[in-house]
Design a protein around this ligand. Structure first.
Ligand code: PLZ
Length: 451
């Protein structure tokens, strides 16, 4: 059946909140047809993790082309925190699209762009005077944060950390740690990017203070502060494995950066917008970044990203130095205003903490019976379990992959991550109900036992 003949399926929270694989296995026939067309039309370099084509989503479920209903533990990689096809966001998008789809912020301002900037200046950590610029993707935000830091300091070197993920553009590939699949074959990379050891309590056993001292010593010896414009760090590393640094690590690094005149850039692309139980993860570590990059959860699924920072830093590039055709598109801005309103008035940060507590409790119970779960970590609705060989502690990526593949066949969308690929991660929409979470954890427990 051509997709134009399918009845219009409305997504959002009114979708039945249930897990149901009516086709028995995935992909069902309608998904299979789309996947086959995809293979002929789309570059094979774009891999797809899931064996189904999505047509609608909302609350805590994703509906596929065959009408199967899957529990969403991924939110499209931490994007639809406010819920997919949220009615208020959908309304704001429709109204804005019917009025003005594009103006180009470099040509003429529009109120929604300014309002998003005001909201970010108000909501990001710190009471100092701030400015914001909008972009379309997380990588673009990180890249522009580095541009701003270089313009402000007149220095060029940038430090990123082990296990970091910052994007797929040339500069952000250089900042990203993992070679395969992100970097291999795509060099040469931009010069003057250096990698420092991070804090990884499960693997390095260091206190935050010791890990910071190790990182700072590494930076001072290998880079030198005279040429260092910025350190770029995810407060909780996302793609690298949901690694929560040991207490004190980020504080020490931020204090050292301030003392050295180095711009401290927090990449909160994955951790931002209520995901970790506070509006931004930096708050939980008591740090006030000079510059903060955001994207993903900012606009309920519409492509929008931002760089927010100290006014003197953000105003350092010459007029015209920052921009882009689509950055801060009016439809994306309208979506962001509705989304940010939902975070602020809908108690979603509190809900993230409840989700985190439920997930941690259920995972702890599973791990008490299964030593292959080596570590459970994260904050709020950004929780992960690291799978290891119990005898050696070696990462077990094959198990993570098999578990995710088995769970999706049972109707649970489970993502993996980690430098070694051996981490299962939980990033449900904050609109998911406890019943779905419990059901998903039952499935995961059952499938894990059988593997
Ligand atoms: N910074 C911390 O998590 C995106 C993409 C994974 P873009 N992570 C998910 C993949 O395989 O492409 C991400 C992130 C952090 C930056 C980015 C980049 O954001 O919107 O994908 O460019």
């Amino acid at each position: 059946m051509a997709s134009s003949m399918l009845p219009l399926l409305v997504g959002g929270p009114d979708l039945p909140q249930e897990r149901c694989i009516a086709t028995g296995t995935l992909p069902g026939p309608a998904s299979r047809a789309i996947l086959a067309r995809r293979e002929r039309a789309v570059s094979s370099a774009l891999a797809t993790a899931m064996p189904f084509a999505a047509v609608a989503a909302g609350g805590g479920v994703v509906i596929d082309a065959d009408g199967n209903s899957l529990i969403d533990l991924g939110s499209g990689i931490a994007v639809t925190s406010v819920g997919n096809a949220d009615p208020a966001v959908a309304r704001a998008v429709a109204e804005q699209a019917a009025r003005l789809t594009h103006a180009c912020a470099m040509l003429s301002p529009y109120e929604s762009y300014v309002a998003v900037a005001e909201a970010l200046n108000r909501l990001t950590p710190g009471e100092h005077d701030k400015r914001t610029v909008l972009f379309s993707t997380g990588a673009e935000a990180v890249e522009n944060a580095v541009k701003v830091a270089r313009a402000y300091t007149g220095r060029s070197a940038v430090v990123a950390f082990e296990n970091a993920y910052h994007g797929r553009t040339n500069l952000t590939m250089a900042l990203t740690a993992k070679a395969r699949p992100y970097k291999a074959g795509f060099g040469p990379f931009t010069p003057d990017v250096y990698r420092a050891p991070a804090s990884d309590p499960f693997r390095d056993g260091l206190t935050g203070a010791d890990a910071a001292a190790r990182a700072i010593d590494h930076i001072e010896r290998h880079v030198g502060v005279e040429d260092l414009a910025a350190v770029v760090i995810e407060p909780i590393q996302g793609e690298g494995g949901f690694i929560v640094p040991a207490p004190g690590f980020l504080e020490a690094l931020a204090a050292w950066s301030r003392a050295q005149g180095v711009v401290f850039i927090a990449d909160e692309v994955q951790t931002g917008f209520a995901r970790t139980g506070t509006m931004f993860a930096s708050e939980q570590f008591g740090i006030v970044p000079d510059v903060i990059a955001t994207a993903k959860g900012i606009a309920g699924g519409l492509p929008l990203a931002a760089v927010t920072g100290r006014a003197e830093i953000m105003n350092a590039p010459a007029a015209g130095g920052l921009g882009g055709t689509f950055g801060g598109n009016p439809v994306a801005c309208a979506a962001a205003l509705a989304t940010i309103d939902a975070y602020e008035t809908g108690g979603l940060a509190d809900r993230a903490r409840e989700i985190g507590a439920l997930l941690e409790e259920r995972l702890a119970a599973i791990s008490s019976r299964d030593p292959r779960i080596g570590d459970i970590r994260g904050r709020g609705a950004m929780i992960a379990a690291e799978l290891v060989d119990p005898a050696t502690g070696a990462p077990d990526a094959a198990l993570a992959k098999r578990l995710a593949a088995a769970c999706v066949q049972r109707g649970v969308i489970l993502l993996t991550c980690g430098t070694y690929g051996n981490v299962i991660r939980f990033l449900p929409p904050l609109t998911i109900g406890d019943e779905l979470l419990d059901d998903a954890l039952d499935v995961i427990a059952r499938e894990l036992t059988s593997l």
